[in-house]
Design a binder for this molecule. Structure first.
Ligand code: NIG
Ligand code: FE
Length: 432
């Protein structure tokens, strides 16, 4: 321990560590252990956690070292920052009229056929300047940061030609440099078939022969993703794209079983994808194969919610079978316009039947697993990034149960306070 540590956080009524196993995601019963330490404390050195435990344990570990800054959480809840492992956060405008249309009974794929949906967002992203696309996306990310998100994955897929996809990738890279969040980029040229192609096959040729090599060359994406869905990309086309992506060194992700079950999950498992996402319509056989794999199932409760659907992914069956599950917002202008991780956690609890500890672990440690980042972030453990959030609640279960409010009070990214709620002392109920 150095003579002075950078930050000492004391007085966590519940320090929810979300600590995981040495390797890989939390599964089954272990998912419901929040790793709670009462009267917890954390010491931070060089942006990383250098000691964590009860106040007494951390004080002893400091052996008299002073702290450049001390934060007293005052009995509040302290948790790791949310990791949002599946977003489409870079886009031009929201499509709120489609939200109303769905409530009135239109369905997502029909809206898409009429030229709405993803295709409409593609037209808008192609038109908007790179500078403006960056600036609106930057503001969105800051709204997520203030709800406690410290790591985010962002997909392309509203460009669908090489120039516009590269524009999105440059914006995503710049968001990583110019906001406090850690940003992970995924190339999703296979989000839809853009106008001007005879069929999906012709566009898949372009993706495989031109786009994947160019994106790989740019070094701007870590993962590749495909919307494997009836009427979008079938399993054979998806396989071609993922195989090409794998050859160029991308990690694999997949949108599967969102509206129809057409075999995407089996393909993701077979190809060793890091995650397979949505799973609303997953079959029992696919649940079993996912459970026997290292692939993380990323569940997106805010999408069912945003689609005005009553149908949610079978989270209880997945957890019960031993499959690894994570949670994410799917933040996008159409099906999931809420960027709130706490809301996703809340819907996962009340509508999917996850207990709060399961949902919290799924939105932190397991979400980091879905990005291959579990050694760096997603839980509060010695050596990991000090991505820490203080919530103005006395019990972590208030975060999902008292939905619709932002309970974040202080957000710390790699040891630095990057956001603080105003007037906390005057507004707080905790400790009165
Ligand atoms: O994950 N399913 C495909 N893509 C997004 C929706 C994007 C949009 O509607 O703009 C999703 O739900
Ligand atoms: Fe998505």
């Amino acid at each position: 321990m150095p003579e002075t540590i950078d930050l000492l956080l004391l007085g966590a009524g519940q320090l929810i560590t979300c600590r995981g196993p040495r390797k890989g995601p939390l599964r089954g019963k272990s998912l419901s252990d929040p790793g709670c330490i009462e009267d917890g404390a954390i010491a931070v050195t060089g942006g990383r956690i250098s000691a964590i435990g009860t106040r007494d344990e951390v004080t002893a570990a400091l052996r008299g070292a002073g702290a450049a800054r001390t934060i007293d959480a005052g009995g509040r809840v302290v948790m790791p920052g949310w990791v949002d492992p599946h977003t489409h956060a870079v886009f031009a405008g929201y499509r709120a009229d489609e939200y109303e249309a769905r409530i009135r009974g239109d369905n997502y794929l029909e809206i898409e056929k009429r030229g709405g949906g993803i295709k409409r967002s593609v037209r808008e992203v192609r038109e908007i300047s790179e500078e403006k696309l960056f600036e609106i996306s930057r503001r969105r990310l800051l709204r997520m940061l203030e709800q406690g998100v410290t790591t985010i994955e962002i997909k392309t897929g509203y460009g669908l030609d090489l120039d516009s996809e590269m524009k999105m990738l440059r914006v995503i890279a710049r968001l990583g440099r110019e906001t406090p969040l850690d940003v992970v980029a995924t190339f999703m040229g296979a989000h839809q078939v853009p106008p001007g192609f005879a069929g999906a096959g012709e566009y898949v040729d372009l993706i495989v022969k031109e786009m994947i090599p160019a994106v790989a060359e740019s070094g701007l994406a870590r993962f590749i993703d495909v919307f494997c869905e009836k009427g979008v990309f079938d399993v054979a086309q998806t396989r071609r794209i993922l195989e090409a992506g794998k050859e160029y060194g991308f990690g694999l992700k997949l949108h599967a079983d969102e509206i129809y079950s057409i075999g995407g999950t089996a393909l993701a498992v077979e190809m060793g994808a890091v995650s397979v996402d949505h799973l609303t319509m997953i079959t029992p056989a696919d649940i079993a194969s996912l459970a026997g794999s290292g692939t993380v199932g990323v569940l997106l409760p805010s999408t069912s919610f945003g689609l005005a659907s009553r149908r949610f992914a079978p989270a209880r069956d997945l957890v019960g079978s031993g499959a690894a599950v994570a949670l994410s917002t799917d933040f996008n202008p159409g099906s999931a316009p809420s960027s709130s991780m706490p809301l996703a956690v809340s819907i996962a609890c009340s509508q999917m039947g996850l207990v709060p500890a399961e949902a919290v672990n799924a939105a932190t440690y397991n979400a980091a697993c879905a990005l291959g980042l579990e050694k760096e972030t997603g839980s509060l453990e010695t050596g990991k990034k000090a991505d820490i959030v203080v919530y103005d609640v006395a019990d972590y279960r208030e975060i999902p149960s008292r939905a619709g409010l932002n309970h974040a009070a202080i957000v710390v990214k790699e040891g630095r306070v990057v956001w603080e709620a105003a007037d906390l002392r005057d507004r707080s109920e905790v400790g009165l």
